[in-house]
Each structure stands twice: as structure tokens, then as C-alpha cells.
Design a protein around this ligand. Sequence first.
Ligand SMILES: N[C@@H](CCC(=O)N[C@@H](CS)C(=O)NCC(=O)O)C(=O)O
Length: 205
Amino acid sequence: MKLYYSPNACSLAIHVLLEEIGKPYALRRVDFSKREQYSAEYTVINPKSKVPVLERDGGGLLTELPAIAWYLARANPQANLLPADIEGEARALELIDYLVATVHMRGFTRIFRPENFSPTADDKEEVQQAGREIIRQGFDIVAPALSGQDYVLGAFSIADAVLFFLEFWAVRRVGMTLPANLDVHLRRMLARPAVQRALAGEGLE
Ligand SMILES: N[C@@H](CCC(=O)N[C@@H](CS)C(=O)NCC(=O)O)C(=O)O
């Protein structure tokens, strides 16, 4: 398997999951600073010009973080990355969709790419502030799931890897203070050897 990634992009969640699974995989960096995601070579891999992309051993390419996370969990049941029951699996997907579609795409993207949300540069501060509010609301909605348990669905799952990169971004890229439960979750994630290997593999600490 090969992961197309960019350091400290949302592909970090998939990188963590590959480390949790523990099978051999290759990494292929997509250099955003050179706008490589828009290159002719890369748009053959992903016409959406995004990471992550997972190239499976059979050669099939898979895009979209939630789909890749779900695929890796189902293809590697021995890694216990998803609850075994249908209710638990649905809850994992419910949470991941909210985290990616709302907290990442509507929240963090407003901060990192304000120009995508307003044609006027003067609106930058307002757009970014709205992004912070969306993130804060999202984190407040998710935080109670961590009351009295170590991981969002009880046992470690793909949902924790997704929550992790958002917590990591909030602290390291935006300088936000996390709700207490998420702060503890972030520390717990940072203590996992698989997370440490993924961060080291991307040149992050
Ligand atoms: N819906 C996509 C979003 C992926 C995404 O937004 N990736 C960002 C990095 S966090 C990206 O590749 N951005 C490159 C660009 O927009 O130029 C998914 O879930 O995989």
C-alpha cells in the first residue's frame, strides 16, 4: 500500500492508522509548497488535487479520508479499528463525517484558506473568526463523548485518529486551547507508539 500525504495535512489520520495496523506501506509526499497537488502527474492520481490518497496493493486508488479510514478498518479486522456491531460502526461514521465535513472543511479551512470563503481580502479576519467558532462548537459537541472513557467510542477506533489530527491542528497550527476532555485525549494519542511513529515520519514532534 502507498499513502499520498503532505506533512501535517489531514492525511496524518491515515498515516496513524497505517502505523496502528503495522503492515508494510510506502509514503509518497505531495509537496504543497510546489503546488504539486495540481500537477499533471498528481491529478492522474487524484483529480480532486487533495491528500490523502491510498493506493491499494491491487493498484486501486481510494480518496476521501472517511472512506479510506473505513476501508483500512474493514480490511484489517485484526487491528480492531472499528466497533464490531453495526450500531458502533454507524456511530464511528457519524462522528468522522461530522469531524471532516464540518470541523475540518468548514472550520479549519476558513482559517487556513480564508480566500476560499470570501472574494474580499478585507473579510479575512471575520472568516477566520467564524472558522474558530465552528471548531469550538464542534469540539464542545464531541467532548462529552470522552467523559469517563479513554477514546470517543470507548475502545480506540478510526474516529480517534480523525479527532487526533484536528486536536493537533488546533494546538499546533491555530494556538487554540482545547476543552479539557480533548486535551487529555490528545495527550493519550500522543503517547501511542503508532502516533509517535507517524509524527516522526512526517518530520513532526
Ligand atoms: N474531502 C477530502 C478533503 C481532503 C483535503 O481537504 N485535503 C487537504 C489537506 S488537509 C488538501 O489536500 N488540500 C490541498 C489543496 O486544497 O490544495 C477528504 O476527506 O479526504
